[in-house]
Design a protein around this ligand. Structure first.
Ligand SMILES: Nc1ncnc2c1ncn2[C@@H]1O[C@H](COP(=O)(O)OP(=O)(O)OP(=O)(O)O)[C@@H](O)[C@H]1O
Ligand SMILES: [Mg+2]
Length: 219
């Protein structure tokens, strides 16, 4: 039984409930890499970005603000003692890694989402002991989903440092390209991140695919 009092709006749950309703239809979930899909027991935070409020392509400043916000928010769970240089150093490291990862994931979601799907982008943050997981969910066209899956399979099967060098060489040869292909590789090589991806059909139609990218870092 549900009881509601006052002026209660529960539209913010629309995305989740849509997906739950469709869970039966949606048997074709594909998971790659290190993806942790566990219930929310510990501290967590979700931010949603609606395509109808500001077009996704004009959200660049927002990405930085959101990434800095969640990085700052996380540091509150690691209180500082007075005159605590190690604590301050740790805060700075947490902020650095979390804002980098969140910003990269949001940029990817805004850059590569299916603009016709009118599907909101969500960022979800989980803190579990000294692990932080950042999940960013966006829509993608079925064609781009297949290209992305092929990219991900190769990424998982390769040595990240070798891939990084190959990508630098490719970038040096082709300066017309506006995506440097270094986002995920930097997370793994510089921040020891573990990354996983979950692809699934949503809204009961195979034309809208959603992808959640999950990045886990130890802080
Ligand atoms: N959220 C996403 N939705 C769809 N495709 C994605 C998503 N994130 C990444 N991709 C695909 O994976 C590729 C690699 O992403 P990555 O962030 O490592 O590099 P990039 O975005 O190409 O360049 P950079 O991040 O260095 O500017 C992208 O080029 C894109 O094809
Ligand atoms: Mg990127």
């Amino acid at each position: 039984m549900i009881q509601v009092f006052g002026s209660f709006l529960d539209r913010f749950l629309v995305k989740e409930s849509h997906e739950n309703e469709l869970a039966d239809v949606n048997s074709n979930v594909e998971i790659f890499g290190h993806y942790v899909d566990q219930p929310l027991r510990d501290e967590h935070l979700t931010l949603g970005f609606s395509p109808s409020r500001i077009p996704m392509k004009r959200r660049w400043r927002n990405n930085g603000l959101s990434a800095d916000f969640i990085a700052d928010y996380l540091t509150t769970f690691f209180p500082l003692m007075e005159d605590d240089p190690m604590g301050k150093k740790r805060h700075a490291e947490i902020k650095n890694v979390v804002s980098y990862v969140a910003n990269e994931l949001l940029e990817n979601a805004m850059k590569y989402c299916n603009l016709h799907a009118q599907y909101p982008i969500t960022l979800h943050l989980q803190l579990e002991n000294d692990l932080v997981r950042i999940f960013v969910d966006n829509s993608i066209t079925p064609t781009n989903a297949e290209i992305f899956k092929a990219y991900v399979k190769n990424f998982i099967a390769s040595d990240p440092m070798e891939l990084y060098i190959q990508q630098l060489e490719r970038n040096a040869e082709d300066d017309s390209c506006n995506a440097s292909g270094l986002g995920f590789l930097t997370m793994v090589n510089d921040y020891n991140a573990k990354i996983g991806w979950k692809f699934r059909n949503v809204q009961g139609n195979s034309q809208i695919v959603a992808v959640t990218t999950m990045v886990e870092v130890v802080i």
